[in-house]
Design a protein around this ligand. Structure first.
Ligand SMILES: NC(=O)c1ccc[n+]([C@@H]2O[C@H](COP(=O)([O-])OP(=O)(O)OC[C@H]3O[C@@H](n4cnc5c(N)ncnc54)[C@H](O)[C@@H]3O)[C@@H](O)[C@H]2O)c1
Length: 340
């Protein structure tokens, strides 16, 4: 009997196709179906992936195809309801970021996953990048001592083309469907922050819309200040209003026994490391970011996400980003946006 884990992908846009390709490349995984409401994708997708195509999740579940895992790669507002639908059909779920647009919806997903005892894998693939793994080790082993300050800067470009000129039928840029810049562009970096330092409190924030009045229903920039529950102060400055291209995604940490900065365009290079009695090791090279033509996203590490699903389901390993952590990032974003 085949022990391959069977995956279906729902939502075959920019990132859904990547999920399907990464499933295809994994020797312990099998792609069994693709779903997208855009019927015009059928021919191309069937040719590329050679699996049945459905135009709705209902049609997928009705077809009675055997599957273990459903990957939810649809617009943000559909993540929670489609994750719940997959759990109700007794499938494990891989859910693209953000896990949901509200803490209440993320809790509902967890509630259903516990009822049917199926796993929820949240996609936060930046955790696999060598600089992130290195930071986790440095912070986790307390090499920096007490954490005094953490500063995150995310300065990207998302222009009219990205939001399809504000097309009323496109989900990106719409408050109800997208949720906002912190959900769609920068949740990876809030995940990194939470993963390293835990939750935040005493949030103060200011938001600005510099050049997206025609394309988004929300801010393009924000300045956020907070304290960590574990001690130390932090700030997050973010923008999608940067001219022409992404400029920087960085984290600077000032601790009792040292200071580090990971920067580059995608938190992909160690810019500064000076820690008491510590020699910086040679790190593996970071994979390039997801490339969507004109736009660059976060690290192209989705193969590790699929491998983690396989390892968890076949080899009883742990989920890299579990549903409680997915929920926590949603809650942090919600708490920041409460300052609007
Ligand atoms: N992890 C990452 O680095 C990363 C990168 C990009 C996008 N994402 C996330 O992936 C999700 C999709 O983003 P994208 O850039 O691929 O968007 P996209 O607009 O390119 O693709 C979304 C696809 O979902 C389809 N769709 C819409 N409603 C549907 C439904 N009810 N059922 C089935 N299909 C439906 C659309 O037709 C479209 O093809 C978003 O939540 C986004 O935040 C994550």
């Amino acid at each position: 009997m085949s022990t391959k884990i069977k995956f279906a992908v729902i939502g075959a846009g920019r990132i859904g196709k990547r999920h399907a390709s990464m499933v295809k490349l994994n020797k312990d995984a099998e792609l069994v179906a693709i779903v997208d409401t855009d019927e015009s994708l059928k021919e191309e997708l069937e040719k590329e992936f050679n699996v049945p195509f459905f135009t709705s999740s209902e049609a997928l579940y009705k077809a009675g195809i055997e599957m273990d895992v459903v990957n939810i790669c649809t617009p943000n507002y559909l993540h929670a309801p489609q994750a719940i639908e997959a759990l109700q059909h007794k499938c494990h779920v891989v859910v693209e970021k953000p896990m949901a647009l509200t803490k209440v919806d993320a809790e509902k997903v967890i509630h259903y996953s516990l009822q049917v005892n199926k796993r929820v894998f949240c996609v936060m693939q930046n955790r696999y990048s060598p600089p992130s793994r290195w930071l986790k080790e440095v912070v986790g082993s307390n090499l920096l001592g007490e954490i005094y300050m953490v500063n995150i800067n995310c300065f990207w470009n998302r222009d009219d083309d990205y939001y399809k000129g504000g097309d009323p039928n496109y989900w990106k840029g719409k408050l109800e469907k997208d949720g906002g810049t912190l959900f769609t562009q920068f949740s990876h970096f809030l995940d990194t922050m939470y993963w390293l330092f835990g939750d935040i409190k005493n949030i103060k924030a200011s938001f600005y819309d510099f050049n997206h009045q025609k394309t988004t229903e929300f801010e393009d920039s924000g300045i956020v200040q907070f304290d960590f529950v574990n001690g130390g102060a932090g700030s997050l400055n973010y923008s999608t209003a940067v001219y022409d291209q992404n400029m920087e995604s960085s984290i600077s940490i000032v601790g009792e026994k040292g200071a580090v900065k990971v920067g580059g365009q995608y938190m992909n290079e160690i810019v500064y490391c000076h820690i008491k009695g510590y020699q910086m090791p040679e790190l593996e090279e970071t994979l390039p970011p997801n490339d969507y033509g004109k736009y660059k996203g976060s690290a192209a590490n989705h193969q590790f996400v699929i491998q983690n699903v396989v390892d968890t389901l076949i080899n009883d390993k742990t989920v890299t980003t579990n549903s409680l952590e997915g929920l926590k990032v949603v809650e942090i974003i919600e708490n920041i946006y409460k300052e609007k």
